[in-house]
Design a protein around this ligand. Structure first.
Ligand code: KG4
Ligand code: ZN
Length: 334
């Protein structure tokens, strides 16, 4: 039996129903993710009402499985954490209502967690020692932002996308090519080992820390429409190369400006092998430590919510009893 305190974390912000048990030293005792990808694939993206209904059906088995896998019961828990935003309001509401009921019934403290802080905390799932200050790039389906963190929960915004996130651009390009949802893994696979032969734009390459991916997506669409004999693999490789060139250029600028000892890359797009390789090469060049979550923990999961939940509990205690979903929640910046 463990003497370490245990926290149950729940995540339902988008299309994954997830639960995890994380101990106070941030060791993950269990992590269960039920993906709704098959449900939404036919629509080329997440359908909010279907996502909420699937969370309602799946949340009890997922939480039960997380407790079983960790070999614990409610009596062993010290706290509950749940994603409070950002995300789809109906999807968030399922997790929050469920976690509130558990916390009330089991008389446990409950903490609401910002999903973005969850992603930023996901590097603890790979490394117990996380150096600060760090340059942290958050690249997911919903977000593309470059921050500087002085400690967990203390961020400065360097720049973000002015239009689409990078994951959104991957998903839109994949949908246009008829490759299904989500676009990241399939475009990565097609692009793997191919040269970048098509001259797609590198938007805002020279402009500070802001990003833009909507024009790049349009350039891909125009190329495909104008060339009926186009090669899917060439398009994928050239699109991925354009995205990566932009990300790496911004990271290089930040490392040149700040010279921080760590570079964190988090969010679903951090599962990309090519992004990991190029970021590692960049980190080596600057003598900086690269921090990335394990590939399976880059996309949405509850283990990262558990880590951020411990950070939030330690820093500011439980959330007020009346907290609710915050679909547009942002990071708090210094
Ligand atoms: O973090 P996440 O699971 O959900 C949000 O919080 O948005 O990120 C999902 C995004 C999707 O846009 C998906 O296409 C992208 O992450 N993604 C990838 C890969 N796996 C998932 N992008 C590039 N390469 C991948 N291997
Ligand atoms: Zn996410």
């Amino acid at each position: 039996m463990t003497t370490r305190r245990l926290l149950l974390a729940v995540e339902t912000s988008c299309d994954e129903t997830a639960a995890a048990v994380v101990d106070e030293t941030l060791v993950v005792r269990s992590s269960v993710v039920a993906s709704q990808i098959d449900l939404h694939a036919a629509f080329g993206g997440v359908v909010p009402e279907l996502a909420s209904r699937a969370h309602v059906e799946t949340i009890t088995p997922v939480v039960t499985q997380a407790l079983d896998d960790a070999g614990v019961t409610a009596a062993d828990l010290a706290a509950v954490a749940v994603t409070s935003g950002p995300g789809l309001v109906g999807a968030l509401l399922v997790g929050i209502a469920y976690a509130k009921a558990l916390a009330l019934g089991w008389r446990l403290p409950l903490v609401g967690v910002n999903h973005l802080e969850g992603h930023l905390a996901s590097v603890y799932l790979a490394d117990a020692e996380v150096p600060f200050p760090q340059i942290a790039l958050l690249v997911s389906g919903g977000h593309c932002m470059l921050t500087r963190a002085s400690a967990p929960g203390h961020y400065e915004l360097l720049g973000e996308t002015v239009d689409d996130s990078i994951g959104e651009a991957y998903d839109k390009v994949a949908r246009f090519l008829g490759l299904g949802y989500p676009g990241g893994p399939v475009l990565d696979r097609l692009a793997s080992g191919r040269d970048d032969v098509l001259a797609f734009p590198r938007p805002m390459l020279g402009e500070g820390y802001a990003f833009s991916f909507s024009g790049l997506k349009t350039a891909v669409v125009n190329h495909v429409r104008g060339d009926p004999g186009f090669s899917e693999a060439d398009v994928a490789a050239s699109f991925v190369a354009a995205c990566m060139d932009v990300l790496i250029a911004k990271l290089r600028r930040a490392l040149e400006e700040y010279g921080d000892p760590a570079l964190a890359i988090v969010g679903g797009v951090a599962a990309s092998p090519v992004l990991r390789q190029r970021a590692q090469a960049l980190a080596d060049e600057f003598g900086t430590r690269l921090l990335v979550p394990p590939p399976a923990m880059a996309t949405d999961n509850a283990a990262m919510i558990g880590v951020a939940g411990w950070h939030a509990l330690t820093a500011s205690g439980p959330s007020p009893a009346d907290f609710g979903p915050e679909p547009d929640l942002r990071l708090r910046f210094a």
